[in-house]
Structures are given as structure tokens and as C-alpha cells.
Design a protein around this ligand. Structure first.
Ligand code: ZN
Ligand code: ZN
Length: 371
């Protein structure tokens, strides 16, 4: 992914997002929203810097940042099609924000992102005359439904991850340590044009695979190992997430059964993904296969999660989730079986919900045997 390839991706509708957010404010009990979660500011404005505040007023967006980001904001917001009043100050941000909300009776804060200390400061010092309203999931809720440009970015990230595995996967046969192989995979992801990996790569070989989130260590990967590889790429701020489990050489009978059952479970989960389907039913589609195989207790986590600007975002795909899938959601389907004496098997694809069902964004082959 060079700059030309990025520019060729479908555009995002960043400029329309604040309007959709405003439609939700009355129901949330506020007239305006102070957005402090940085990734949400990026979503609403296209700004990629590391410090900003955004006031979403009924008729105006006020973007506040410091001197490091004046020029960047003046470029990025218009480029994203966002109309906002940009205010830059090192020490006067409180005054700028309080002036922006003058006349607002009820100001929403992002309860999931505001610390207790910040809330106390806002209530006592910044907005003593304003009624502060705790809102939950307003921007995060909008972020669940991806526009065409967002899907294109996640798809590009997934393609980088697929290509990285295709490029370096066979080096598992050379007997690297988990750490060495993880580094090779990460380097290849960067070499293929990703900004970074989308999270810390998991390489879990042999018995280490029984820990779903094992961190790569000094264990050497050897013939007969199951190797769980869970990794992703970051492209233009968007994450991908995939897992493949490979077996080096001929699988044992138990390994072969683990691989087959998890593959069947994962396919059942993907087949269940469609608009209007409850996330808990997708989880059940995966889980039932594992339970029938006698491995219900060996499935140690939920089936999946939303993916976008964050590696884990709404909706959760789990037995305890109340969410329902809609077209434009991007979620993972990643059942696994973890047995301390044999290791782990997990298979994960990132998929986008379409009007008809879903489309896989992860396309790496699933043949697990490496020889
Ligand atoms: Zn993953
Ligand atoms: Zn995942």
C-alpha cells in the first residue's frame, strides 16, 4: 500500500458523520456533545493527531488542539470534507471549549472515555453552570456500520495480512522461535505497506497454543507442533484481524480432529452471519459444533468482535451479547479449541455483513498442513 494505492480506495463519508451523530443527541438527553475519545474524533473529522477535543454543537463543530497540530488539522479536516471551526491553543483550551458551549444547557460527555478525575474537573472548573450528561456509545454506535471507504480500508489491511502470511509462512519449517517468526511476520506486514500491525502478533506453538493470547517467546517451533498465528495489519487507521492454525508435518489423530472440528465450527459461524441475526446466534452456531464434539468447555472465549478503527469494537459476537448484526458491520468469527496437552486451534476471518449475508475480507487459504 503506497500513497497512490491508498488514494485509489473508495472515499469515506467522514463529512456526513457529525450530522448522523446530532440526530442521536436529543434521545441521549443532551443538546451538544464533548467528544474526548481520540479515535472518535478521528472518525468524525479525519484528524489523525494525538491530542484534540471536539465539541459537537447543533449547528457547528468546534475542533480544539494544540500548536503541534494546527497545520495538520487545517489540512486534514477539509480534506475529509469536514466543516469545523478549528481553534489552536496550548494553554487556553478550557476557555475555548467553555466559550463554545455557552448557551448549552445539557452537555453530553463520553462516559466510557472520561476518567473520574476528568469528570470532576469538567464539573467543577470547566462547566460549573452546565448540566453534564453521561452518554454511552453514541459515536461508537455509529462506527459499527462501516461506509464503503471504511470497508475498502479494512479489506486492504486484510489483504496485506494474507499476503504477509503467504510470503513468510513456510519459514515455520526452518525451526524459528515463536519470537523470531513473529518478527518476520510483523516485518513483512510493514514491508507490504501497512502502517503497523493492528495489535501484538500472537505466535503460539505446541502447548503454548492452549493459551489463547500467548505472547511469542523463545520456544522453538518444531515438527509436530500446532502453531496458532493471530495477527493483523493497520491501513489508514483501519485494522484487520485473522488467525490461522498450522500443523508442521502429519497431524496426530487428535490434532486432525481439532483442526476439522474448529474448521467446521468457523464455517458454521460465517454461514450464520447476516443482517438481522442476533450476535448470540452466531456465537451459538460456532459453539454448538464444539459442544457436539465434546469440546464446549475447551472454547475459552466469545466467537468474535467488531473491527474497525479499533481492533476490538462493537458489536461483540458472544453468548452474552444483545447486539444484532446489520449490513455494514465488520466482525470476526474466531472459534477455538484449547487443550493443555495438545495445544490450541483457532481459525479467524474478518467478514463484512452484506444485505444478503456476509463477505469474507480475510481470504488466506485454510489448509492447515505445512510440510
Ligand atoms: Zn485475532
Ligand atoms: Zn479477533
Amino acid at each position: 500500500m503506497n500513497d497512490a494505492a491508498l488514494d485509489a480506495l473508495a472515499p469515506m463519508d467522514t463529512g456526513a458523520r457529525a450530522g448522523r451523530l446530532r440526530e442521536q443527541l436529543a434521545a441521549a438527553g443532551c443538546e451538544a456533545l464533548l467528544v474526548t475519545k481520540l479515535v472518535n474524533i478521528r472518525y468524525l473529522t479525519g484528524f489523525t493527531g494525538s491530542a484534540a477535543l471536539l465539541v459537537v454543537l447543533p449547528d457547528e463543530l468546534v475542533f480544539v488542539s494544540d500548536g503541534r497540530y494546527g497545520e495538520q488539522a487545517a489540512t486534514q479536516l477539509p480534506a475529509a470534507g469536514v466543516e469545523a471551526r478549528i481553534e489552536i491553543s496550548g494553554t487556553g483550551q478550557q476557555e475555548l471549549v467553555t466559550a463554545a458551549v455557552a448557551g448549552v444547557g445539557r452537555l453530553g460527555l463520553e462516559a466510557d472515555a472520561v476518567t473520574w478525575a476528568a469528570q470532576r474537573k469538567y464539573a467543577a472548573e470547566w462547566f460549573p453552570e452546565v448540566e453534564l450528561v453521561a452518554t454511552e456509545g453514541l459515536v461508537d454506535g455509529l462506527r459499527q456500520v462501516k461506509d464503503e471507504g471504511e470497508v475498502a480500508r479494512i479489506e486492504a489491511a486484510a489483504a496485506v495480512a494474507d499476503a504477509a502470511l503467504a510470503s513468510v509462512g513456510r519459514r515455520l519449517l526452518d525451526g524459528p522461535t515463536e519470537r523470531d517468526f513473529g518478527l518476520e511476520l510483523d516485518t513483512e506486514i510493514r514491508r507490504l505497506g501497512a502502517t503497523a500491525t493492528s495489535f501484538e502478533t500472537i505466535v503460539a506453538a505446541g502447548p503454548n497454543g492452549a493459551m489463547p493470547h500467548h505472547r511469542p517467546g523463545d520456544r522453538r517451533i518444531v515438527e509436530g507442533d500446532l502453531v496458532v498465528l493471530d495477527f493483523g495489519a493497520l491501513v489508514d487507521g483501519y485494522c484487520s484481524d485473522m488467525t490461522r492454525t498450522l500443523v508442521l508435518g502429519e497431524p496426530t489423530a487428535t490434532q486432525a480432529r481439532m483442526l476439522e472440528v474448529v474448521a467446521t465450527s468457523q464455517a458454521a459461524g460465517v454461514a450464520a452471519v447476516a443482517p438481522g441475526v442476533a450476535c448470540r446466534d452466531v456465537d451459538a452456531s460456532c459453539r454448538d459444533v464444539l459442544v457436539d464434539a465434546g469440546w464446549g468447555e475447551a472454547f475459552l472465549h466469545g466467537t468474535g468482535h467488531g473491527v474497525g478503527l479499533e481492533i476490538h469494537e462493537a458489536p461483540r459476537v458472544a453468548a452474552s451479547s444483545d447486539a444484532t448484526l446489520a449490513a455494514g458491520h465488520v466482525v470476526t468469527v474466531e472459534p477455538g479449541v484449547y487443550l493443555p496437552e495438545h495445544g490450541g486451534v483457532r481459525v479467524e476471518d474478518t467478514v463484512v455483513v452484506t444485505p444478503e449475508g456476509c463477505r469474507a475480507l480475510t481470504r488466506a487459504p485454510k489448509d492447515p498442513v505445512l510440510r
